[in-house]
Design a binder for this molecule. Structure first.
Ligand code: ADP
Length: 399
């Protein structure tokens, strides 16, 4: 029998980096699917701290620094990954890149030409794309021959019909890239793949997947492909989120410019960082904190969060022409039974009915037997999706 360590040396490891504005998450897999460990550096710029756990959840690394920038944080992650992989070579690195524009409908191996195209997309995602590209550059300098693959949050949605991707703006603006892209694509793709394994009966049917985390969106899928989504040109559109407002009348932006004399950066700060559950409650962006609060404003924020989900489910069910399955995922979707219950009640007219005990248990199928719509809780795993894409993209290249 081959020992796990011996097989590790055969194929090497795949590292995954998911770089955000204040954190970099990382994971290491043997090949595409066997998790060795995962971790993150949080609070980059304000007391950064690294934590990492092995596949069984045991802590394997912990460290703090007075300060780090993104580049230095990447260097620390490269060092920790090398230490923890204990000499097994890292043979590829996969990155989450928020924007692939209209060009990339699939992951791509990164070279200088690809980097140029990805940098050209910065104006479409100025808050995220630069952070995603920074570790790619840092690793290319540190290890120029290590293959790197970009996996896009937008790619999964390129299957949507043109009408689902369009705004009713003058054509010149659409041609320049002002259109609906959709995000959270790696999460939706993972869920689509997982459903094929655990619920093949509904995997190809008309589904709405609710990714409810700090960022939140819905995706309508048919045949395992994206048909429509609530996020549009940017990841601020659609549902109420932790600190983002979701869809608002564009007239509100004009009002803020005219009456409050706000500039673009101030409006950005308002709609991305001071709105959503935080803005409405005045208490917190975190669902657990709001659930624990007796303040009426906490309940009002949750009620608005749920109301918007229910309304958007109605809209996506119309885009699908009916609904066969509803799937909850991400921090709130996987853990907050009360949100799932409230959403299901709002969707009773569509034929959604939960089994209270299964919903409280919170895994697998949670709908009642007579429910016309099958309801599931399926944990998402964007890092694993990136590892799979990275291995598959490089395997395709080498034939
Ligand atoms: P991110 O979008 O940053 O990846 P997550 O998917 O981790 O976010 O989701 C974070 C959200 O999930 C927070 O609002 C958090 O309160 C919520 N959450 C996590 N665990 C629970 C729980 N047990 N009950 C209710 N909400 C939870």
């Amino acid at each position: 029998m081959t020992s796990p360590d011996a097989s590790r040396t055969d194929t090497g490891c795949t590292a995954v980096l998911n770089a955000g504005s204040s954190s970099i998450k990382f994971a290491l897999y043997h090949g595409a699917d066997a998790l060795l460990f995962r971790g993150q550096i949080e609070r980059i710029g304000a007391g950064p701290r690294l934590t990492a756990h092995d596949a069984a959840g045991r802590s394997v690394a912990e460290q703090s620094w007075p300060a780090l920038d993104h580049r230095a944080a990447t260097r620390e992650i490269v060092r920790v990954v090398a230490e923890l992989s204990a000499g097994t070579p890292v043979t590829a690195v996969g990155h989450r890149v928020v924007h692939g524009g209209t060009h990339y409908a699939a992951p791509v191996r990164i070279d200088a030409g690809v980097m140029e195209k990805l940098a050209a997309l910065i104006p479409l995602a100025p808050l995220h794309q630069p952070h995603n590209l920074e570790p790619i550059r840092a690793i290319a300098e540190h290890a120029p021959h290590l293959p790197q693959v970009a996996c896009f949050d937008t790619a999964f949605h390129r299957s949507q019909a043109p009408v689902a991707q369009a705004f009713a703006l003058p054509r010149g603006l659409s041609d320049e890239g002002v259109r609906r892209y959709g995000f959270h694509g790696l999460s939706y793709e993972f869920i689509a793949a997982r459903l094929r394994e655990i619920a093949p009966g509904i995997a190809q049917q008309r589904l709405i997947v609710a990714h409810l985390g700090n960022g939140a969106s819905l995706c309508a899928m048919h045949g395992g492909q994206s048909v429509a989504s609530t996020m549009g040109f940017t990841a601020v559109d659609g549902l109420v989120m932790g600190t983002r407002c979701g869809a608002i009348d564009p007239g509100v932006i004009l009002y803020l410019l005219d009456q409050h004399h706000m500039d673009a950066r101030q409006i950005e700060d308002l709609i991305y960082r001071r709105s959503g559950l935080l803005g409405v409650s005045g208490i917190a962006s975190d669902m657990r904190t709001l659930r624990a609060s007796a303040a009426p404003a906490a309940g009002e924020a949750i009620a608005l969060f749920v109301y918007r989900i229910v309304r958007e489910i109605g809209s996506l069910a119309a885009a699908l022409g009916g609904l066969d399955g509803l799937v909850f995922t991400a921090g709130i979707g996987e853990n907050d039974a009360a949100t799932r219950q409230a959403v299901a009640e709002g969707c009773g007219w569509l034929g959604v009915a939960l089994d209270a005990a299964r919903n409280a248990a919170g895994s697998g199928r949670i709908s009642a037997e007579p429910s016309r719509v099958a309801v599931w809780v399926v944990p998402t795993d964007e890092e694993r999706m990136i590892a799979r894409h990275t291995v598959a993209t490089l395997a395709r290249e080498t034939g």
